[in-house]
Ligand binder design. Structure first.
Ligand code: NCD
Length: 359
């Protein structure tokens, strides 16, 4: 059985297979529309969501599957103190595949460990958002042909933005050149930068202001400030002003640049750009459907056709407790530390749950 907790769970070949399947599902839905007949997708959303939950539900129903779940954890047993492990064991009996969104980094991995059905990470705290990165990469490839050789600017809250983390890792992995544009205090975390350096080589360029680098960018990927994770002493309006994307700023951008945003937007991306042919953010949300359909189908019946070259992972138990205060291991006390070792430029070890570097 396979899960999608981070994009490291898929090999490059498998990602290309999922994209090929997504193409077919987009253009020839009738062939696929019965694929999940009789199957159930559980959507367990402990954090707010519009696009991710609705697009997963839409994807499942377009495959003639059905959905159940919750979008308000206050109405579920977690409000009574139920652990992720127990929820996972229970939902295993109620559904065939799970999508989970939760505020702890590494929470989706806990769900996967205790569920006996495939688990998809719909966003785990400020860690990762792999299905958003799949839809984002699919959108880039649809317009640009390939990621390799593109200069991709990622701007906004790179510290807490999980969509930004997964997208940056994906772009580096597929040969894009990264430029990180973040206000003071919102820079990309060390674990993402270390991973990029060790596994894919090089270091992203860094800028404090979008205006300084906009001319070079093929892709301008904007993120909102994650206000729900913001320290109390930060003024969101001041932080936002350094990377505001509007028509004035876009006058200096390439004529075939792409403007992307995982949405929702909050004052960092002007509505006046919605009719600009470079705007690709509604394409991204539309592409969430075929990519999520392809992923669900791959995990619930097409494993032998699509998921044929799993990447090797080396994970061992033991060691010190994870130092990240937002890691799920700090909250769910039945969990033991686990570390993953990766060989790249030297050897890198990180918490197998939240990705934070151990050494
Ligand atoms: C993102 C998320 O929830 O991480 N939204 C989404 O899934 N499209 C981005 C965000 O909330 O800023």
């Amino acid at each position: 059985m396979r899960h999608l907790i981070t994009l490291d769970d898929l090999s490059n070949f498998e990602i290309s297979q999922i994209f090929r399947l997504a193409d077919q599902m987009r253009t020839n839905l009738a062939t696929w529309s019965g694929f999940c007949q009789g199957k159930l997708l559980a959507t367990l959303f402990y954090e707010p969501s519009t696009r991710t939950r609705l697009s997963f539900e839409s994807a499942m129903e377009r495959l003639n599957g059905r959905t159940l779940g919750f979008a308000d954890p206050h109405a579920a047993s977690v409000a009574k103190g139920e652990t992720i492990a127990d929820t996972a064991r229970m939902v295993t009996n109620y559904a065939d595949v799970i999508v989970v969104r939760h505020s702890f980094a590494g929470s989706a991995r806990v769900m996967a460990r205790y569920a006996n059905i495939p688990v998809i990470n719909g966003g785990d705290g400020s860690h990762a958002h792999p299905t958003q990165a799949l839809a984002d990469m699919y959108t880039v490839i649809a317009r640009k042909g390939e990621v390799k050789g593109l200069t991709v600017g990622i701007c906004g809250d790179l510290r807490y933005g999980r969509a930004a983390h997964s997208f940056a890792l994906a772009i580096a992995r597929f040969g894009g050149k990264l430029v990180h544009i973040a206000p003071e205090g919102f820079q990309m975390p060390k674990w993402v930068l270390t991973k990029i350096r060790y596994l894919y080589g090089g270091a992203p360029a860094v800028s404090l202001h979008l205006a300084d680098v906009i001319r070079e960018l093929d892709v301008i990927y904007v993120n909102r400030l994650q206000e729900e994770r913001l320290p109390a002493d930060v003024d969101p309006e001041t932080a936002r002003s350094s990377y505001l994307v509007n028509a004035d700023v876009m006058r200096n951008a390439k004529s075939d640049a792409m403007i992307m945003h995982p949405l929702p937007r909050v004052n960092e991306l002007s509505y006046e750009l919605d009719e600009d042919p470079r705007a690709a953010y509604f394409e991204q949300s539309a592409n969430a459907i075929p990519t999520r359909m392809a992923l669900i189908a791959s995990l619930t019946g097409l494993e032998e056709l699509i998921l044929t070259q799993p990447p090797g992972r080396e994970i061992t138990g033991g060691g010190e407790p994870c130092a990240n205060p937002d890691c799920v291991t700090a909250f769910e006390n039945y969990l033991q530390p686990e570390i993953e070792t990766r060989e790249g430029e030297g050897s890198m070890t990180s918490c197998a749950y939240c990705g934070v570097i151990v050494s």
